[in-house]
Design a protein around this ligand. Structure first.
Ligand code: ZN
Length: 128
């Protein structure tokens, strides 16, 4: 069964990237939790590295977070520090807020966010 645990290390990485590149997340007081999961998830044949979840209303009484970013440990352990940073940036890009202040999950432009491709190329997640 899948088990998840909070991660101070992921939180530090996430907070740093929010500070550097997603200041609006902080300004809007959007609360993001970070955890590791021991699950091995696949989308088709591709392993899932990480995901960003919007916390549903029904869970709000039990969690202080609006979004939770989960790194799937088995695969993310194989990434370099730089790849982990890009992955975190990618997941943070899934955080969306509309003009009325409603939160939502931002979808990819293609299979990846355009700015990520422009900055790091399509193969940034390749494991050597
Ligand atoms: Zn994504």
């Amino acid at each position: 069964m899948e088990s998840c645990r909070k991660s101070a290390e992921l939180r530090a990485l996430g907070k740093r990237i929010i500070r550097d590149k997603f200041r609006w997340i902080r300004d809007q007081r959007i609360r993001v939790g970070f955890c590791y999961s021991d699950a091995e998830k696949k989308k088709g044949k591709k392993l899932t590295y990480a995901e960003c979840y919007k916390v549903q209303a029904i869970y709000k009484p039990w969690t202080p977070y609006d979004f939770v970013i989960v790194f799937y440990e088995a695969v993310t352990d194989l990434l370099t520090d730089q790849q982990r940073e890009i992955l975190m940036e990618h997941e943070l890009m899934h955080i969306g807020i509309d003009e009325a202040g409603h939160l939502y999950i931002e979808q990819h432009d293609v299979e990846e966010f355009r700015p990520i491709i422009d900055r790091y190329g399509l193969d940034w997640a390749q494991i050597d």
